[in-house]
Design a protein around this ligand. Structure first.
Ligand SMILES: CC(C)(COP(=O)(O)OP(=O)(O)OC[C@H]1O[C@@H](n2cnc3c(N)ncnc32)[C@H](O)[C@@H]1OP(=O)(O)O)[C@@H](O)C(=O)NCCC(=O)NCCS
Length: 169
């Protein structure tokens, strides 16, 4: 349940969002992956996704949605046709909400908005991936009805991490 006084909007990203998106990414990644991804690699990943990276991403990726609350960008998601060959499914590539806005229903709003946009593109079903150690994301997808369908091992910054694929019919 979202606060009825908040003005919430999910819209396509703009180049003027680049600074805010870089901040959301940095804050969410440091909070979520500290202790999971080796610190030096985490810093490297965050440094790569500075405002310049985001300026390019919003131009290049039609499936980049920003979440605005009271005119402030506090989250984003990237979605599109799945990269899995031969699949006609949609995929949620990334979803991140600024830590101080998490647990208030905003992630659910953003998630449902992406699902709706993918449905309009006639993609059958949805998949997404989460690191097994990212309990918050694992629980979030489970409670939204996603069920594990695959697991892979990824080498991230020299550490072997298990990634779980979730699917929705
Ligand atoms: C995972 C993530 C996107 C979820 O977004 P979120 O905003 O935290 O999630 P929500 O608040 O929408 O949903 C969490 C719960 O809060 C509940 N909730 C909704 N409104 C609420 C409110 N006003 N107050 C308290 N709780 C509320 C929701 O119902 C939901 O409960 P449920 O899952 O048991 O149904 C977000 O936590 C995040 O960015 N995490 C870090 C990055 C990350 O892990 N991304 C995914 C990578 S795979």
């Amino acid at each position: 349940m979202l606060s009825s006084s908040a003005n919430i909007r999910v819209r396509r990203g703009r180049t003027s969002d680049a600074g805010a998106l870089a901040d959301v990414f940095s804050d969410a990644w440091h909070t979520t992956y500290r202790g999971i991804i080796p610190a030096s690699h985490l810093d490297l990943m965050v440094a790569r996704r500075g405002p310049q990276w985001w300026r390019h991403a919003v131009r290049a990726r039609p499936g980049l949605a920003t979440l605005e609350v009271n005119d402030e960008v506090v989250g984003y998601a990237m979605y599109g046709a799945s990269h899995v060959k031969g699949s006609r499914r949609g995929e949620l590539f990334e979803i991140y909400v600024e830590p101080s806005y998490q647990g208030l229903g905003f992630g659910e709003h953003l998630f449902e908005s992406c699902r709706h946009r993918l449905d309009l593109r006639n993609l059958r079903g949805l998949i997404t991936w989460a690191l097994e150690d990212n309990r918050r994301a694992m629980d979030f997808y489970w409670r939204r009805g996603g069920r594990p369908f695959a697991e892979v091992q990824d080498l991230v910054g020299g550490r072997r991490l298990k990634k779980i694929g979730f699917s929705w019919p």
